[in-house]
Design a protein around this ligand. Structure first.
Ligand SMILES: Nc1nc2c(ncn2[C@@H]2O[C@H](COP(=O)(O)OP(=O)(O)O)[C@@H](O)[C@H]2O)c(=O)[nH]1
Ligand SMILES: [Mg+2]
Length: 328
């Protein structure tokens, strides 16, 4: 230990020793180093403390990086929309994800089979949609990160099991989501947007409709329902009505497919541009190429509400399936 260290050094050293978090340690070590006068006698001490500081910074960085990536609830958004499957245990969430995507989460009769979310991609008419299976909603133990993930959805698929008490499952699942502040609302005749708050749309999936013998139960479910969420009845087991479900998912996402074509050529139907419902020619142009936003002079549209090849203005609102020729 070099002699002639100032008194500030010793009080800074005391503060450094008491630091508890990695961040505090780094700050106080920096402070400590700054109290050391620079001369030959302190060279070794300063070098030692600097080395300690860089080790602290390194491990703090690593912690940050792995902390983020290790969380299985952190999933990058992909595709034209994010659809999250939620519901009580055993309603068939994992089975449905397996049916609709190439993902393969564990499926079992035992409740609480899945503890981590599993993402997969569903393709529908050349549109890629992200589907995420999640651990079951319950009142015993749930990670708060799961609710953060649920909040990031563009659409929730709320699954219920038609072969047990489906209505009770719907109500329990809805209540758990509401208790954790998920912005959903099921009352009839209320807009999805109110007081500036955006609600996440919910599509109720009545699963385990294995054959028509269950149709009375479906009817009863509809009679009892207090919510105006749309419903789709399917069987993940038999694959019954899965196409209808895909169509409904697309509709609930409020997106449209638009095809751009060069003059004199047909459009590429396998490469739709996906836009929010209500988007204009101008917004399409920006998606096709950002330069088009400035250079776009006019456009011709084939599709809904126009006669074939009609010339339209930049603010013309497009519809699902429209074909657009952009002129620059
Ligand atoms: N009969 C029937 N069983 C199903 C259907 N979908 C899933 N299951 C079964 O229900 C159980 C729970 O399914 P799972 O996908 O693990 O449910 P999760 O807990 O919601 O993910 C499994 O035994 C599945 O085979 C269905 O449409 N009909
Ligand atoms: Mg599961």
């Amino acid at each position: 230990m070099p002699t002639n260290l100032p008194p500030e050094y010793f009080s800074a050293e005391e503060r450094y020793k008491q630091a508890s978090t990695p961040r505090e340690k780094i700050e106080r070590l920096e402070e400590l180093i700054s109290t050391i006068p620079k001369h030959k006698g302190t060279d070794k001490l300063r070098a030692d403390l600097r080395r300690r500081l860089s080790r602290l910074k390194e491990s703090a960085d690593k912690g940050k990086r792995t902390g983020k990536h290790e969380s299985t609830f952190h999933i990058e958004k992909e595709g034209a929309g994010r659809v999250i499957l939620v519901g009580l245990p055993n309603v068939g969430k994992s089975s449905l994800l397996t049916r609709l995507t190439n993902a393969s989460p564990a499926i079992s009769e035992a409740p609480f089979t899945s503890w981590t979310p599993t993402p997969g991609m569903m393709e529908w008419e050349h549109v890629q949609i992200q589907l995420i299976d999640t651990p079951p909603l319950n009142r015993e133990h749930m990670e708060s990160e799961q609710f953060d993930l649920i909040r990031s959805a563009d659409l929730l698929l709320l699954l219920v099991d038609l072969q047990s008490d489906a209505m009770q499952q719907l109500e329990d699942a809805r209540d758990i989501l509401l208790e954790h502040g998920i912005p959903i609302r099921c009352q009839k005749n209320i807009d999805q947007i109110s007081a500036g708050k955006a609600y996440i749309p919910v599509l109720v999936v009545i699963n385990k409709y294995d054959d028509p013998s269950f149709s009375e139960d479906v009817q009863l479910f509809h009679e009892l329902s207090q919510c105006d969420w749309h419903t789709v009845t399917i069987s993940s087991l038999s694959g019954n009505l899965l196409e209808e479900l895909k169509v409904q998912i697309f509709q609930e996402l409020n997106i449209i497919r638009v095809y751009s074509k060069p003059p004199g050529k047909p459009p590429d139907h396998t490469a739709p541009f996906v836009l929010k419902k209500g988007s204009t020619v101008e917004e399409l142009a920006g998606k096709v190429h950002k330069d088009f936003l400035n250079t776009l002079k006019s456009a011709r549209v084939w599709g809904t509400g126009v006669h074939d090849g009609q010339q339209v203005a930049r603010d013309h609102v497009l519809h699902d399936g429209d074909i657009v020729e952009l002129h620059t």
